[in-house]
Design a protein around this ligand. Structure first.
Ligand SMILES: [Zn+2]
Ligand SMILES: [Zn+2]
Length: 371
């Protein structure tokens, strides 16, 4: 879809004042805000589009660039939503319950449940943990212990935060307060009860009323076969518990794979370079080479093979991610012919004789290979 002109998006003229731009944006943002239009994709699009336009037109330099060069003049500023959200304090005055909420609802994170309800349950944050595993473990799979700490429901109060709860006098239980500003009515999380709708007279001493406590956790995580460097494994619900009874976030295990000393992996294939001697290359030979399974296999090198040529060992590569160990990629053996470095008198004589038999001349002008 073609991008609409920023002035058109906000419905203002090219020479609109800063105040007019702000006003126009506020109106669109209010009418399409994701908090008041949950699951409305069109509203979300309009909100994003207007936010991007405002991000540019509210900034003197960016607006100048845009006026002069169009979208090309503001590349990098526009379309980057994390940027778009950063400078909004003047518009919302922090009264939308924090940018975290706005941000989350865009990116599939938690959303406050039931704006009329008694609490503002929010999904807990997801956590990331990086593990580094040996090359061969990534191919065949392994288990790793993951120790981390996260917010969990407080044992002492079972998440209630304490006793003597009563309806919050500030918001009368809604968890939200509304602030008027002309005809712009903005709802925000109640500062007295932090959206719970209730205040606690005797807060739990362990969690100070939050209902959450830091807890250490140790998990044994299965790394499936065929895992590659950079794979992210998602453990649902193993992240932080959600405030006010919200669902827990995820634990994301980010897998790094160590390089091997000999093997190189590309997708499902494994590559190995092995040296062979000059006579092995000429006469052919049975050699033994290591494989990722451990141990060695016998390989027949055909006579007359050239340096740099590869042999394929079928089924000695990597299984597909979470796949079967019977269905693996291949291994490629690259043969590097080594020229003897030091020759004894007898070897030198034989070599010269061989050159004569092969009819090689000692011309210093070899014909290059064709490309
Ligand atoms: Zn507690
Ligand atoms: Zn309240």
């Amino acid at each position: 879809m073609a991008k609409r002109d920023y002035y058109e998006v906000l419905g203002v003229s090219k020479n609109a004042t800063d105040e007019e731009i702000k006003k126009a944006y506020r109106k669109i943002a209010m009418a399409n805000h994701p908090d008041t239009h949950p699951d409305d994709k069109d509203a979300e699009e309009r909100f994003k589009e207007a936010s991007e336009a405002y991000e540019v037109l509210s900034d003197k330099t960016k607006r100048q660039n845009y006026d002069q060069f169009g979208f090309a003049g503001v590349e990098g500023a526009a379309g980057n939503y994390s940027n778009v959200y950063r400078d909004f304090s003047d518009i919302f005055g922090g009264s939308f319950g924090g940018f975290g909420d706005i941000f989350d609802s865009f990116f599939g994170g938690g959303r406050r449940q039931g704006s009329q309800g008694q609490s503002s349950a929010v999904r807990g944050a997801s956590l990331q943990y990086t593990v580094t595993i040996p090359f061969k473990d990534a191919i065949f799979g392994t288990k790793v212990d993951v120790s981390y700490s996260h917010d969990d429901v407080c044992d002492d109060c079972h998440g209630s935060g304490g006793s003597g709860t009563r309806t919050c006098p500030t918001c009368h239980g809604s968890g939200q307060v509304t602030r008027g500003n002309g005809f712009f009515q903005m709802a925000s999380t109640c500062p007295s009860c932090h959206g719970r709708g209730q205040v606690i007279d005797n807060p739990c001493p362990s969690c100070h009323g939050s209902g959450l406590r830091k807890k250490s956790e140790k998990l044994s995580v299965t790394i499936p076969c065929g895992t590659d460097d950079g794979t992210k494994l998602v453990l649902r619900g193993k992240g932080n518990a959600g405030p006010n009874g919200g669902p827990a976030g995820d634990l994301i295990v980010f897998v790094r794979v160590q390089d091997d000393k000999y093997f190189v992996r590309e997708g499902r294939n494994v590559f190995l370079q092995v040296p062979i001697s000059f006579t092995q290359a000429a006469l052919g030979a049975d050699i033994e080479v290591p494989v990722v399974d451990g141990g060695k296999v016998r390989v027949s090198v055909p006579s007359g093979i050239q340096s740099g040529k590869s042999l394929r060992l079928k089924g000695r590569g990597v299984p597909s991610f979470k796949g079967s160990l019977d269905d693996r990629g291949d291994m490629y053996l690259t043969l590097i012919v080594e020229t003897p470095k030091r020759l004894g008198l007898r070897a030198k004589g034989l070599m010269k004789e061989l050159a004569g038999v092969l009819g090689e001349d000692s011309s210093p002008t070899p014909v290059p290979f064709e490309r």
